[in-house]
Write a protein that binds this ligand. Structure first.
Ligand SMILES: NC(=O)c1ccc[n+]([C@@H]2O[C@H](COP(=O)([O-])OP(=O)(O)OC[C@H]3O[C@@H](n4cnc5c(N)ncnc54)[C@H](OP(=O)(O)O)[C@@H]3O)[C@@H](O)[C@H]2O)c1
Length: 188
């Protein structure tokens, strides 16, 4: 497949870009410093089988612009802060949510609202990583990926995944066409 990764030099995007090439796909690596703006993609996404975005900044503008670019498949990496407690309270709205991540988490949560409100044929998925423990690291395997609004928690009570395995879960979703018009998470 020909796959564009927006944010390919970032913490999450670099792991995704690595997984794209490791699986033998053709990678188009796009970054802001490389002259690509996710909020104004123009025609540069045309011809790709899938577009994966893992950017920071104006997430709602990026969501609108990427939907308007109408890629065949779009996976948007947001945050874990829009996941909820069992009673439906968003983690970002809890007083215990770390203040330094609140703005970014609210931006990503607003982007999720953009996707869910969109009347679109674009096959989009929104990825929420584990809220606290998306950790740098290679693939270990054994993760679960599920459409969920609450964090996926392992047997040890923690919600955790490496960037390598999150990237793997995202490429699984692209290759298998799963999680159409859904938010999903992945964790051990
Ligand atoms: N636990 C969690 O929930 C969690 C943890 C980490 C990350 N995340 C989410 O993952 C996503 C990516 O975060 P990150 O930590 O990987 O970010 P990062 O390390 O700061 O990397 C951001 C990447 O996006 C590019 N970029 C930024 N704005 C762009 C734009 N307008 N157009 C094109 N490229 C742009 C940057 O390129 P330049 O370097 O050239 O500017 C860079 O490659 C975010 O949605 C973040 O909320 C979630």
């Amino acid at each position: 497949m020909r796959i564009a990764v927006i944010g390919a030099t970032g913490f999450v995007g670099s792991a995704i870009a690595h997984e794209v090439t490791a699986r033998g796909h053709q990678l188009t690596a796009l970054t802001r410093s490389g002259g690509f703006d996710a909020t104004d993609p123009g025609d540069r996404l045309d011809g790709h089988d899938a577009v994966i975005a893992a950017v920071k900044g104006d997430a709602t503008a990026a969501a609108h612009a990427l939907l308007a670019a109408a890629p065949a498949r779009l996976v948007f990496v947001g945050g874990g802060g829009s996941l909820t407690t069992p009673d439906g309270t968003r983690l970002v709205d809890l007083p215990t949510f770390p203040e330094q991540y609140r703005k970014e988490a609210l931006d990503a949560a607003a982007a999720l609202d953009v996707f869910r409100a969109a009347d679109t044929e674009v096959n989009w998925s929104f990825v929420s990583p584990p809220p606290a423990h998306l950790v740098p690291g290679d693939k270990a395997g054994g993760y679960r990926a599920e459409a969920t609004d609450t964090p996926l928690v392992g047997a040890d009570g923690d919600s955790r995944i490496t960037t390598g395995d999150l990237a793997s879960a995202i490429l699984d979703a692209v290759e298998n066409g799963t999680f159409r018009h859904q938010r999903f998470s992945a964790a051990y």
